[in-house]
Design a protein around this ligand. Structure first.
Ligand SMILES: Nc1nc2c(ncn2[C@@H]2O[C@H](COP(=O)(O)OP(=O)(O)O)[C@@H](O)[C@H]2O)c(=O)[nH]1
Ligand SMILES: [Mg+2]
Length: 208
């Protein structure tokens, strides 16, 4: 897929105010510093695109970008937020879960994992929750340029092993490096393929 246009649409704190759910949507989530903004910029080829939604200290929001007038890329703040108040964290978790469970055009969630960091409790809990909720998701291992080829294979294998302790099947897995633009073609063709599987979601009303 060639990205012709990537446009920031809106940042939202209320599910009711999200853009009309008439085109496919793909959400990106991961712990802070996992490389989410870098990946979004790398995928869209728009340096600084994801920055709009990541002003530190601001309200936690769901951020929509319209890609090629055909699908939404959604930048979701991570789970965790160690530095934020517990009430705020819980409020966000509720909204996040609501969004993930109720957004009818959401086709896949991309869970970003820093490949160098051993499996973390909150990532595993989130993955388990997605699985238990039967929500389609894939895993993207980020920052693959930071480790050697052998280490990379070992780290990914160890993560898979951990998941297989609980789950019978593994989700689709992508390896990325925003630095080296690795994983871009794979992720974009996955999105392209998935969109084609849901032709009914396309609507011309988006251009009006
Ligand atoms: N070497 C390398 N560094 C990366 C990569 N992706 C992100 N980073 C660095 O990791 C840090 C956090 O990245 P950012 O995209 O802001 O993470 P976010 O908090 O998840 O949005 C920044 O210093 C990035 O330059 C990558 O693929 N390779
Ligand atoms: Mg960011």
């Amino acid at each position: 897929m060639i990205i012709d246009t990537a446009v920031f649409v809106q940042s939202n704190t209320k599910i009711e105010k999200l853009p009309t759910a008439n085109i496919p949507e793909f959400a990106f989530i991961g712990r802070s510093n996992v490389g989410k903004s870098s990946l979004i910029n790398m995928l869209t080829g728009e340096k600084g695109l994801a920055k709009i939604s990541s002003k530190p200290g601001k309200t936690i929001t769901i951020n929509h970008f319209l890609i090629n007038d055909k699908w939404y890329l959604v930048d979701l703040p991570g789970y965790g937020f160690a530095k934020r108040a517990k009430t705020e964290r819980e409020k966000w978790k509720k909204m996040l879960n609501n969004y993930l469970l109720r957004r009818e055009n959401l086709l896949y969630t991309f869970v970003l994992i820093d490949v160098r960091i051993p499996p973390q409790q909150n990532d595993l809990e989130f993955i388990d929750w997605l699985g238990e909720s039967q929500l389609p998701f894939v895993i993207v291992f980020t920052k693959s340029d930071k480790v050697g080829k052998n280490a990379l294979a070992q780290l990914v294998a160890a993560y898979k092993k951990q998941l297989l302790e609980k789950w019978e099947e593994l989700p689709e897995i992508f390896i990325s490096s925003s630095e080296k633009a690795l994983g871009r073609d794979e992720i974009l063709s996955f999105i392209d393929r998935t969109c084609s599987d849901f032709p009914g979601l396309y609507s011309s009303s988006i251009n009006t």
